[in-house]
Design a protein around this ligand. Structure first.
Ligand SMILES: [Zn+2]
Length: 230
């Protein structure tokens, strides 16, 4: 195993994170969460319902830069609601629940990861939304797997139009050369590249290409949901 670069160490928990966590706990005390799938009180997605989700087959053919891609479940039903709640409604408590499912999906493969990278948002999009849902998942997964999370190892260097409504070729063109990765952080490492949902995988592949160009030795794409392109 390659020794991890200095930048790969887990960042210290900031006062901001602590306040955020306290606020979330207070909200959950006042408004106990219920399972999106069965309505049971106590969790945003109960372990019983999470265990009912089927694992899609592991995909080895997304593109040369990705050693393999693993999805935790099909992007439908309550899982779709959970991803929307994490992405658009700021329900951060879903991140560790979905990351647990990512860990279970990863365990279906024999990929041995050394560090975790989140699919980055462009700075403008990040400023609009206030957080990157993939980053929340990556951080929770890093804690679960006891692996370093590498924030800023990859960047989206130009804004891209939303992929919704584009066909496969248009999607690939839309995200081509949209990413850059930092060789100092990723050189020689076997990485997990985390995103919430993939459809054709064009965005994840473009980011994986940047990480490989920066010297990453292998990349396993890991997404919570996999959607079919209609
Ligand atoms: Zn449930």
């Amino acid at each position: 195993m390659t020794p991890l670069p200095r930048s790969a160490r887990l960042p210290a928990r900031t006062a901001g994170n602590l306040l955020e966590a306290l606020w979330q706990s207070a909200l959950e005390f006042l408004f106990p969460p219920h399972c999106l799938a069965c309505g049971r009180i106590g969790s945003h997605y109960c372990p019983h319902c999470l265990a009912q989700l089927p694992f899609p087959p592991i995909n080895h053919a997304l593109g040369e830069a990705l050693t393999l891609h693993i999805a935790a479940a099909p992007f439908e039903g309550a899982l779709r609601d959970a991803i929307h709640a994490l992405k658009y409604k700021g329900v951060r408590a879903l991140a560790p629940i979905l990351a647990e499912r990512l860990a279970q999906a990863l365990a279906q493969s024999d990929f041995e990861a050394q560090a975790i990278v989140a699919l980055p948002l462009h700075a403008e999009r990040l400023a609009q939304r206030g957080y990157n849902q993939a980053e929340l998942l990556a951080r929770a997964l890093a804690a679960r797997l006891q692996l370093p999370h590498l924030p800023d190892a990859a960047q989206r260097i130009r804004p891209t139009a939303p992929q919704v409504g584009l066909n496969r070729q248009e999607r690939a063109a839309n995200v081509a050369n949209a990413f850059r990765a930092d060789p100092e952080r990723v050189r020689g490492l076997r990485l997990l590249l985390v995103d919430d949902v993939i459809t054709t995988g064009a965005t994840m592949l473009a980011c994986a290409e940047a990480l490989r160009s920066a010297g990453a030795s292998a990349i396993c794409g890991l997404s919570v949901g996999v959607a079919l392109l209609h």
